[in-house]
Design a protein around this ligand. Sequence first.
Ligand SMILES: *Cc1c(COP(=O)(O)O)cnc(C)c1O
Length: 375
Amino acid sequence: MDNIQMVDLKGQYLKIKSEIDTEIHKVLDSTAFINGSIISDFSRNLEKHLGVKHVIPCANGTDAIQIALMALGLKPGDEVITTDFTFVATVEVVALLGLKLKFADAVPGTFNIDADKIEELITPATKAIVPVHLFGQGADMEKIMKIADKHKLFVVEDTAQAIGGTYTFDNGNKKMLGTIGQIGTTSFFPSKNLGCYGDGGAVITNDDSLAEKCRQILNHGSKVKYYHDVVGINSRLDTIQAAVLFVKLKYLNDYQQARQKAAAYYDNALKDSKHFIIPERNKKSEHVFHQYTLKLNGIDRNDLQNYLKEKGIPSMVYYPVSLHLQKAYLNLGYKENDFPVTEELSDIVLSLPMHTELTENQLEYITKTLLDYAK
Ligand SMILES: *Cc1c(COP(=O)(O)O)cnc(C)c1O
């Protein structure tokens, strides 16, 4: 089987090469490498796509979370509740800002934060909840927004893995992920569902005043050049990256469908296996499959990964160690067995190749190889 990859950026690029190259060359000709006009063209288009008032581009998805927390005015000692099962970026900025991290366990089915474990963590110092829409599927926003309203907490949605996904509330109100809380954040890292060809990210909000604060913070705390009213950072999306995103945004719906089609193939092929547990769906959220992640049952993960590798099939473990057991965060005082669900997940999850270019032949080969192994 030819060259199966976790993410096929090359194949995707070749299909839109002429459009991408044209837009990048326009940037080269203009030499407006910073603050070129296509940055706002892209941002306005993404606003339309998401149905939101403000998309504020920045340098990466990690900065986006930091900018969001700064714009909300969070101060050292304020407490932030987030999931123990996410990429480290979500919690790193909380720590860097001197805020206090409070982890909640995940739910075993969707891997997202267990909303029923949030309320018990709330203290008078709690200021925000940061749900992560992990692997492309919405966290339990119905419950999270109710808890946040009741306790007057901010909600910052880490949408780095789920841009384009939706959530439908019990009252029928359907929203794009990232537009539900006060602020959403996303990443345009190349392998993300809407990825550029380097680093990029954005803050998303319907709140005019928060939008203005975010724009100021990421521009050295400045609204008027060389006048700095607050301490800020330098976090820009550069023009070449915006040119790539301007083109790729037109294809986001197609890309999403390709991912969903691949996921449906995996589901169908593996659903009757007792060894490979297919990812559970949150019925209220449209899953956009940043990752397709299985839970292994009675299978040695290392051995399986080696077998797949020999057969030319890459696989990845997102994430092998829960955050509360990472060396950098041991000072929070958590210990083993504090979060049994994430600890188990980190031992049994396995992500399969997931991208926009997977062919039916490849999917057939991958799933047959898996089923052969478990026979
Ligand atoms: C990728 C990712 C980020 C960080 O994005 P970068 O652009 O790489 O800084 C944050 N949170 C989650 C959940 C991610 O997957």
